[in-house]
Design a protein around this ligand. Structure first.
Ligand code: NAD
Length: 446
């Protein structure tokens, strides 16, 4: 559904009027396209304290194709850098925390529209409360800067809990147009490592891999399948038998295979394993439903149908496929949560319970799946995404959903798809047990 307000604010009279009236001014986002696949320009590599891996990180950053400027002296001369990466892993107290302010204060105003700020942090230490205070401080810093920076710019914190090499796929993702709607997030890399095999071709990291996407006949699932195909995967598209015609069309368009199957069937895991006898590398649990009612008006059927599709089937098929060895080593499982599961939402006790359940599943299973099966388990948590589902929301609530985030607009299905594909990349083996919100830094559940 067209966001007329966003279109209007992109015109000269629209800009003038919204500025005079103090209304939100969402900036058009630069998303990935074949014509403009990556950013071009300067990347400021800044530091706080004395990080040990300075050179290694510099090399990783150069891999983005951006022009890395690595000293503070030349940094301030760079005009409109497209990104600033502050390595704050060596921040151990308030003195070095002040270096983060000193590094970004002179350059933040000049950062290009749609640009990126990434702060690299370390895990807050359980043994050193001064270090922990300063590292936790970075979280508040990043979330606040994300709210004030404006002009389509995003700010994220990457906590490096293992070798910095494990952060490469994440840095490439965050420093690309693919992460346009991801802001205010804290992403940990390298705490529990899956298998890290860097892709030969970063533009097609999923080449030679097979992915299955549930709920792929339309909406976000269709976009996920399309993006995985763009990134080189062979796809199997699963949806309910009643959506078979739409599913077949999507499968034909993407050159994938359709599997009409209700994911709540008791034997769904076995049926999937039979359909892909050579196994899967990527399993995307995207199918989901809502049956909203306040708890006082919610019959048991509305509760159970939502829990069954959104959570029970995810638990069951994940168990069946892992036990059957149908998710190959080096593979990944990506589940779909929601900001409603994090923040809670009126009329959605069932839906929010199911989506919070996904968060619990991911956090608990991730370390064991990595250790026992060599598989990562992560979740995307979409915010307000422009789909048929949200087009049906009453106008006032829809407008509120669109504007109540730092980017002042709704996300697109492709934004969720890009995040899913980054999780699914073999380069993301050090990204495990993470729940990343694709919500433009929604005010809900921040
Ligand atoms: P959608 O309703 O457009 O698509 C969901 C798909 O899942 C449909 O094709 C449907 O047929 C399929 N499906 C439903 N039950 C199924 C079952 N039992 N077996 C197999 N397939 C089944 O929804 P969407 O907006 O694309 O959402 C996709 C996912 O993202 C869902 O998990 C949803 O909860 C989540 N999400 C969406 C938003 C949003 O703003 N659209 C926000 C947060 C989370």
């Amino acid at each position: 559904m067209a966001d007329r307000y966003l279109n209007f604010t992109g015109t000269a009279p629209g800009r003038f009027l919204t500025r005079r009236l103090g209304l939100p001014q969402p900036a058009p986002l630069h998303r990935f396209s074949a014509e403009r696949p990556r950013f071009e320009g300067k990347l400021l590599h800044l530091t706080a304290g004395e990080p040990a891996h300075r050179e290694e990180l510099g090399k990783l950053l150069a891999g983005t194709g951006l022009d890395v400027v690595s000293t503070a002296a030349t940094a301030s001369q760079a005009e409109h850098p497209v990104a600033a990466v502050v390595d704050a892993t060596a921040v151990t107290g308030l003195d070095t925390l002040a270096d983060v302010h000193a590094a970004l204060h002179p350059v933040v105003r000049s950062l290009a529209a749609g640009g990126r700020v990434i702060v690299l942090g370390a895990l807050p230490s359980p043994d050193d409360h001064h270090q922990a205070a300063a590292q936790q401080g970075l979280e508040g810093f990043v979330r606040s800067l994300g709210k004030e920076i404006g002009r389509g710019r995003t700010v994220n914190l990457v906590r490096v809990a293992g070798p910095v090499a494990g952060a490469e796929s994440t840095l490439r993702f965050l420093l690309s147009p693919k992460s346009a709607y991801v802001s205010g997030q804290v992403i940990q890399v390298g705490a529990t490592e899956g298998e890290l095999t860097l892709p030969e071709n970063w533009d097609r990291p999923l080449a030679g891999r097979t992915a299955l996407v549930t709920g792929a006949a339309r909406g976000i699932g269709e976009a996920v399948a399309e993006t995985l195909v763009r990134d080189g995967a062979e796809v199997v598209l699963l949806d309910v038998p009643s959506a078979e015609a739409d599913l077949a069309k999507v499968a034909e368009r993407l050159g994938g295979r359709a599997l009409p199957l209700d994911i709540t069937a008791a034997d769904a895991g076995e049926r999937i394993a039979e359909f892909v006898p050579d196994g899967l590398d990527v399993l995307v649990h995207n199918a989901g439903i809502t049956r909203d009612r306040r708890l006082a008006n919610m019959p048991a059927e509305r509760w159970s149908s939502v829990l069954e599709v959104n959570l029970a089937s995810v638990l069951r098929t994940t168990d069946a496929l892992l036990e059957a060895g149908a998710v190959r080593r080096g593979g990944s499982i990506v589940a779909t949560a929601s900001i409603a599961g994090i923040a809670g939402n009126t009329g959605q006790t069932n839906y929010a319970a199911s989506k919070a359940g996904i968060v619990g599943l991911v956090r608990s299973l991730a370390p064991r799946a990595a250790a026992e099966h060599g598989v990562t388990v992560n979740a995307v948590a979409p915010g307000f995404i422009e789909t048929k589902m949200t087009a049906a929301v009453p106008l006032f609530i829809r407008e509120a959903g669109r504007r109540m985030n730092s980017l002042g607009q709704g996300g697109l299905p492709v934004d969720v798809a890009e995040t899913t594909s980054w999780f699914a990349s073999p380069g993301s083996g050090a990204v495990n047990g993470q729940v990343v919100r694709v919500c433009g830094q929604s005010l809900l559940g921040a």
